[in-house]
Design a protein around this ligand. Sequence first.
Ligand SMILES: NC(=O)C1=CN([C@@H]2O[C@H](COP(=O)(O)OP(=O)(O)OC[C@H]3O[C@@H](n4cnc5c(N)ncnc54)[C@H](O)[C@@H]3O)[C@@H](O)[C@H]2O)C=CC1
Ligand SMILES: O=C([O-])CC(=O)C(=O)O
Length: 390
Amino acid sequence: MQIMHRLTECTAKTCESLSHDIVTLIHSQKKVITSCPLPDDNGPVFQITLLPALSRHPLGSFESHRGGLWESVRHSSSSPKVALLGASGGIGQPLGLLLKQDKLIANLALYDVVNTPGVAADLSHIDTNAKVSAYTGSGELHAAVEGADVVVIPAGVPRKPGMTRDDLFNTNAGIVRDLVAAIAKASPKALIAIITNPVNSTVPIAYEVLKKAGVYDKRRVFGVTTLDVVRAQAFVAELKGLDASKTTVPVIGGHAGITIIPLLSQVKPATKFTDDEIKKLTPRIQDAGTEVVNAKAGAGSATLSMALAGARFTNALLRGLKGENNVQCSYVASDAVKGVEYFSTPVELGPNGVEKILGVGKVSAYEQQLIDAAVSELNKNVQKGVAFVK
Ligand SMILES: NC(=O)C1=CN([C@@H]2O[C@H](COP(=O)(O)OP(=O)(O)OC[C@H]3O[C@@H](n4cnc5c(N)ncnc54)[C@H](O)[C@@H]3O)[C@@H](O)[C@H]2O)C=CC1
Ligand SMILES: O=C([O-])CC(=O)C(=O)O
């Protein structure tokens, strides 16, 4: 059977790489007969001879075309799959609820070590289009993440009062390592969004695991710091009587204590703060996670606001994959700040994940002091993660 591989929804770049995937795939099965680019008004087209065994490969859905002789295959991001690992948890459940409502998601795979069938049955009764599936335990992890465009990870234990995020390292580092090792095998090109704390260390862990597996791409791993942005926007809007939905506040650095750096000098709409306001608001944003941990008094940490933040960030990644480039703050491998290899700044998201690191921009003297103070703390967190994998 021959197929016409038409990529009307992809940029030339993703088109090339997808074509390469298909050719590699066919080669690996020793079934390629011909693969040649053809000119076409609708974008690059590749003619490939394909055997029936491959016609259901998850690279895309195949549609009959020209009397069955030719078929077209769409890039997987035209029917995106999101895998949610830790789906039964305090964050996982409301995040699953929000993702089920995201029109950009065609398939929502829920994975956890417990209770996933119940969560999936519940969500599957919601009348939105995303198809929900459940996977439980490490034996089903490969299937959960296979073919995923985006994998979101809130798996792991949360803080109790008196703990730092770093106190979670001993339990959560191994969880993230093992999950990412499975992603490296089953969906090496997926964008990976890590919520699990300590984010400052779990992101370097993920990079090191991907490096070891030979599928490292620094554009594809993200520490989710969106909750810091959400909080900063809520607190600034409340203080200044602004419309929260139209207030933007970049938050840079990392995701723990003094590494969380709100850039109040860059608030939009442009807003003036007194020194006193800055000195109160900055630690409030830095300690907002602890505020929730203490208020929950042993019952966990932020889940509902985190679910919203996670859904917002996932949607931004999916829009980027579709070619709708957009800007979000995220903790990624970065050269934005000298002396540290991972840093959150605004980044441009696009078809490859991180398209561009936009840097810290113009900061005040106070903010520069916060950046300087964060660097050594971040380095410790990064080194701890790297050493764990090595
Ligand atoms: N990045 C951020 O801004 C935030 C991060 N967090 C972090 O998110 C993580 C999860 O928090 P919660 O959902 O409140 O905790 P939770 O304990 O309610 O849920 C965690 C879920 O992970 C599952 N899990 C444990 N090991 C697993 C494994 N190996 N594979 C798959 N699933 C596994 C558990 O069964 C549970 O369902 C914590 O590490 C927390 O610190 C929390 C809030 C904000
Ligand atoms: O504080 C915690 O442990 C959870 C978290 O990261 C946050 O709410 O920002």
